[in-house]
Each structure stands twice: as C-alpha cells, then as structure tokens.
Design a protein around this ligand. Structure first.
Ligand code: TXA
Ligand code: MG
Length: 323
C-alpha cells in the first residue's frame, strides 16, 4: 500500500496527524532540517514502531522534539551552557544532549535507556503546529531507512517508509536540507556530537569556548549517525574527485571539470559554490544520482562553516558498508 501524503498547512490534515499520534501511530513531520518520523515520545509501543519502520538498532536513541523551552525543562536538566545555547539558537536546528530529568515521562526506549536525552525545538511552522496541537514531546529521527540518505521531501519519505507511516505531512522540500547540529552537554566538556545546520564556529561563539570532538566509535555510538557508514546511497561514493572516470556520475560543486561531459549524470550542488545552497540540495542529489551509476564522484567541498557538516555526511556516505 502507498503512503498517505497530505498538505501540512491543511487543518484537517493536522487534526488527522494528531489523532494518529494519540493512537500510537507514526507521522512524518516536516522540519527545517529534514523530515522526521514522529511518534509520541512518552509511548514506548509507539516509539518501538519507529525502530521497526526504520530498521534502526535499538541502541541508537531518538531526538525528542518539544514545542517550547518550558516543555524542554520537563524533559531535561538545563545546565548554564544549555541555557545559553537555547537562548541563542532555539527555535532552530540545534539539538542539545542533556541529563534526562527524573521527572520526565519520556519512554526508556526513546533514550535507549541512557541517562541523557537529546532535545530539539524546531522553527519550521509545520513542526511547531504539530507539536503544539499534540501537546506532548515527539520522538523523531530522520524519516529514512536506517543508514540511508535522509529524507528532505515527502516523496523521499514515501519511497523509504511506505505505509509504515500512517500519514506524511507535506510542506515541500526541507529548507535547510541537513540535520541539526548536536551538542553534548551531559559529559565533561561541551562536545560537537554531530556537525549540522549550525556551524561549529557559531556555537563556539555563543558558548564562549571551543567544542570537543566526539569522533567515530562504531562499538558504542554514544553519538549520532556517528556510525561510520551512514547517510549512504546504494552507489559507491568517491570523494575529492577532480575528474570523472568512465561510468561515473558527478556530484559537482561550483564549475565542473571538462571531463564532466563524460559523466552518466551530473547534479550540481551549487553552481556558484554557495555552501548553504549545497546543503539544501545534498540528500536529494544523492538520491537522484543513485541508481544511475555504480559510483558517484564528488568534487571537493570546503570544510568551512556548514561545509564541515556536508563533508561529514559525504565521508559517511563513502565509508565501507560492512560497519
Ligand atoms: O535535524 C534533525 O536532527 C532531524 C530532525 C527530524 O529533527 N533528526 C535527526 O534524528 O537527524 P536522527 O535520529 O536521524 O539523528 C539523531 C542522532 C542519532 O543518531 C542519535 O544517536 C543521537 O542523535 N542521539 C539521540 N539521543 C542521544 C543521546 N542521549 N546521546 C547522544 N546522542 C544521541
Ligand atoms: Mg538520521
């Protein structure tokens, strides 16, 4: 059966989404970063459906989305650093990993049993409307099959998850296109657990200190899509490509090389070399080129600003798949 896709701005669709969530079902929710696969974060059976639908390992906890800072305080313990970052970036594409409040009603499965919780207050009007109307925290990972490229349109969600989701709220392409930045404040020093839509330097400026690095640890993915292979298309991905080899598709950034004429397909993330535009196009571009070729050659992308997050996703897309 095919998924139901309804316009997020339609009040009847919103009411239907709330009813589905109350019944413990899954709803795909637009956010400014990527589409989320939402369930009632306080309902363990509903959250279990997320893991099932995504084929997600149970040790990988899910982000809790809330409608207000006040709601976040019921879920997590806010340190001074957390207050500062929330004031600077919420609502917005920042996720904070904080100590879980003992008074929280979040299901254990949502946090994978950890003493910490990832919380995020999105700015997207469709996400805000759903969170407010539902009135409870929503557990929502990206709405893609586990390990696959994240979904930035309703059609991507439908292609990955089909009728495992009761309803897809469609608000068009996700405006930022890259997941939230995740900052860990539950450990010793503030750490960048996942680079994302807000650049490291902006967060460091707001915090007044440097962020530690989380690194990659396949054994205990304390942090995020921090599994080395993630965000992966079926095709192989060749990074730092300055030419196109026979049979390859090209993911370009800026003016393409002459050998682009030989590519089986070309998508340019940003003709003018704009990193924000490239971030917004990244996941859709990988999906477009996938299936047209066995190898996607990716031109170099600068590591500055949001480029760190783009390169993070591309490195994971290029990583060996056996992990
Ligand atoms: O932009 C986003 O963050 C999107 C939208 C839907 O909000 N969500 C998203 O969720 O990217 P997901 O599940 O694909 O990635 C969130 C990552 C997970 O890989 C998980 O490991 C990490 O956040 N995470 C969640 N809770 C955590 C915790 N308590 N400690 C460390 N990492 C945590
Ligand atoms: Mg994800």
């Amino acid at each position: 059966m095919v998924a139901r896709i309804l316009p997020a701005a339609d009040p009847a669709a919103l009411a239907e989404a709330v009813a589905a969530l109350r019944a413990g079902k899954l709803v795909a929710m637009p956010t400014e970063t990527v589409y989320g696969l939402a369930a009632d974060a306080t309902n363990a059976r509903a959250v279990a459906r997320i893991y099932e639908a995504k084929g997600r390992p149970r040790f990988n906890p899910v982000i809790v989305h809330i409608a207000s800072l006040e709601a976040a305080r019921h879920v997590a313990i806010f340190t001074a650093e957390a207050e500062r970052l929330a004031a600077a970036f919420w609502p917005g594409p920042l996720t904070l990993v904080l100590p879980l409040s003992t008074a929280s009603s979040i299901a254990d499965l949502t946090t994978a049993g950890l003493p910490s919780v990832a919380v995020r207050l999105p700015w997207h009007p469709a996400a805000r409307a759903l969170l407010s109307a539902f009135g409870r925290p929503l557990a929502a990972p990206s709405a893609n099959r586990s390990g696959h490229v994240s979904a930035t349109t309703a059609a991507h969600v439908a292609a990955d998850l089909g009728d495992a989701v009761a309803l897809i709220l469609d608000a068009g392409p996700a405006p930022l296109g890259l997941e939230s930045t995740i900052v860990g404040l539950a450990g010793e020093a503030p750490a960048l657990l996942r680079p994302g839509a807000i650049a490291r330097a902006e967060i460091e400026a707001a915090l007044g200190q440097r962020l530690a690095d989380a690194g990659t640890d396949d054994g205990a993915p304390l942090a995020p899509g921090m599994l080395r292979s993630h965000y992966a298309p079926a095709a192989r991905v060749r990074l730092e490509a300055t030419d196109v080899r026979p049979g390859e598709a090209l993911l370009a950034f800026g003016p393409p090389p002459a050998s682009a004429a030989n590519a089986v397909a070309v998508v340019n993330l940003s003709q003018v070399g704009d990193l924000l535009e490239a971030a917004a196009n990244l996941f859709a571009a990988l999906r477009t080129l996938d299936g047209k070729t066995e190898t996607i050659a990716v031109m170099p992308i600068p590591e500055t600003g949001i480029g760190e997050a783009i390169n993070d996703r591309l490195r994971r897309a290029a990583a060996p798949r056996d992990a």
